[in-house]
Design a protein around this ligand. Structure first.
Ligand SMILES: CC(C)(COP(=O)(O)OP(=O)(O)OC[C@H]1O[C@@H](n2cnc3c(N)ncnc32)[C@H](O)[C@@H]1OP(=O)(O)O)[C@@H](O)C(=O)NCCC(=O)NCCS
Length: 152
């Protein structure tokens, strides 16, 4: 498993294809309201701090540092190829990404948001050590979760 900053044009097209085949709700599930359906390569071009996930040299997904705050990094836009989900790849990638972020000694915590209906993703975040810190409902029920350095 390798996590590499940036994304090449071919892999941008994979993200577009995986997403648009599944539809508008799927885009919202992994990107919130920030991207417009149908997804386009140019919208991905506008995303900064995006990381590509590779498993045995195959591009399998993306994850993003959405905001780098003083001591916290807010992550999201986590997507694994829909044909490869449920095999433990996402968990391995997330753990790797967390380790990468915590290598920066100024960073003490990582946060993310997940919709209530996204039961599988929320379970995964709990398994790797994230805890719910805030619940909002505008209009969709959503959790903010946090992982603190050294807690798991
Ligand atoms: C969320 C996502 C990135 C996780 O990647 P993945 O490769 O499917 O996850 P894994 O196979 O590593 O699953 C890890 C754990 O989460 C749990 N899990 C994953 N999907 C689940 C589901 N649909 N229901 C219940 N549990 C689930 C599994 O129990 C697994 O635990 P285990 O390894 O102890 O068995 C991937 O499913 C995905 O791309 N989903 C669509 C986009 C999305 O919703 N992104 C998250 C936005 S917040």
């Amino acid at each position: 498993m390798k996590i590499i900053k940036g994304i090449n044009d071919k892999n941008k097209n994979d993200i577009v294809k995986w997403t648009n085949e599944k539809g508008k709700d799927f885009l919202e599930q992994w990107a919130g309201a920030s991207l417009d359906f149908p997804l386009t390569v140019s919208q991905i071009d506008n995303m900064s701090n995006i990381y590509s996930i590779f498993c045995e040299n195959e591009f399998i997904g993306i994850i993003q540092k959405i905001r780098e705050e003083t001591e916290n990094v807010h992550i999201g836009r986590f997507l694994v190829n829909p044909e490869l989900t449920g095999k433990g790849l996402g968990k391995r990638a997330l753990i790797e990404f967390i380790n990468l972020i915590f290598q920066d000694e100024n960073v003490n915590s990582i946060t993310l948001n997940v919709f209530d209906y996204n039961v599988g993703a929320k379970k995964l975040y709990e398994k790797v050590g994230f805890k719910v810190v805030n619940v909002t409902e505008n209009p969709m029920k959503k959790y903010m979760m946090i992982m603190k350095k050294g807690e798991k």
